[in-house]
Design a protein around this ligand. Sequence first.
Ligand code: GDP
Length: 443
Amino acid sequence: MFDNLSQRLSGVIKTLRGQARLTEANIQDAMREVRMALLEADVALPVVKDFIAKVRERSLGQEVMSSLTPGQAVVQVVYQELTLLMGDHNATLNLAARPPAVILLAGLQGAGKTTTAGKLAKFLREQMKKKVLLTSCDVYRPAAIEQLRTLAQQLETDFFPSEVGQQPEKIALDALDFARKHFHDVVIVDTAGRLGIDEAMMDEIKRLHAALDPIETLFVVDAMQGQDAVNTAKAFSDALPLTGVILTKLDGDSRGGAALSVRQVTGKPIKFVGVGEKVAGLEPFYPDRMASRVLGMGDVLSLIEDAQRGVDQDEAQKLAKKLKSGKSFDLEDFKQQMQQMKKMGGISALMDKLPGQLSQAAAGAQVDDKAIGRLEGIINSMTPQERRKPEILKAGRKRRIAAGAGVQVQEVNRLLSQFEQTQKMMKMLSKGGGMAKMMRGMK
Ligand code: GDP
């Protein structure tokens, strides 16, 4: 995500940081670079202009010029302004309505509304302990209703059925009535989208809004659409009193423009971002963390939160105990770790949050999600004894395992050397000294 933008901006930052003294000309050069990078990332022109003007003014002011490390001070200004551009804090959902709180989702077809409805239901249930009801007012596409029903089933969340041809307002009001009677805290209403802005669609969603009076009206938009996303956002925000935006497909190769412009253009905060097709792929949006990612400085806070959420604490404790008792880390443990990594959204999601240099190093090591699947396949082809005692794996056994997993023997060897590295790291960790020592060991 944002690879190009991030690379270019971190380049500017590196140059700025290296400057012992800053002149107006230095700043001018840096601003030109930033401007180009933002435009290439598809950030809306007025937003870029405004941003550059603010950064330039502050950079030439006292705060930077009188700083002992002016280069660093400009970087700080860029970071702060970038954060402000996306909103200054994490805007949470407002559910303070007389229950049930209604969340209305609006957006074009294919933006990711239905998927997001499911993701939100999961988030509200697991993170906020809410009882959620899902319903679809997309009365034009039976597949859309079916998609939500299936998602609800998968999530074990209540679903209020609807049928093609019914009146959207009637469905929504019936769902609301049902939710009141069954003590749901939140009703999430998915709506029909069209391929482009069209008057009939806008009228329909306006009527739905008037009938439901939702406490949250969230505009769902595909970040990969760049400038188009921003134009659509503007049209929806003119038609409806939006309370926030959910930016989807941020895991794709979005250039970043939508994320950086949508707040400024609509005046509405981004509340969540979608980062994958799976139901777990939804994250609350933190402007400061995103700014840090965009500048190639990583998002270590989110990484830690992911780890806390994703890692099965029981498993982690079991492993710690085992290592403490002097037993060594084996291939079964290695497989467990890979499974945990997958639960945390896969390697690609994690790499996105690492600071630029580390993330590139990880990419160089060619660890991707597909590779994890293959590694698991190889371990699955081993006998329990082989997993516990990898040292018995000689040529004959390796050939058998490779054939079983449908890979070349070299891949088995590669897995074993990755495993050995991890085993070494685990040894260092379990001997005490913890993280700091491990980092030193990695150098
Ligand atoms: P709707 O027409 O607005 O309801 O859109 P859908 O929910 O059906 O989503 C359209 C497509 O986008 C589906 O293939 C989804 O799996 C995919 N999608 C939705 N959100 C995300 C996301 O955050 N990341 C990725 N990669 N795909 C997504």
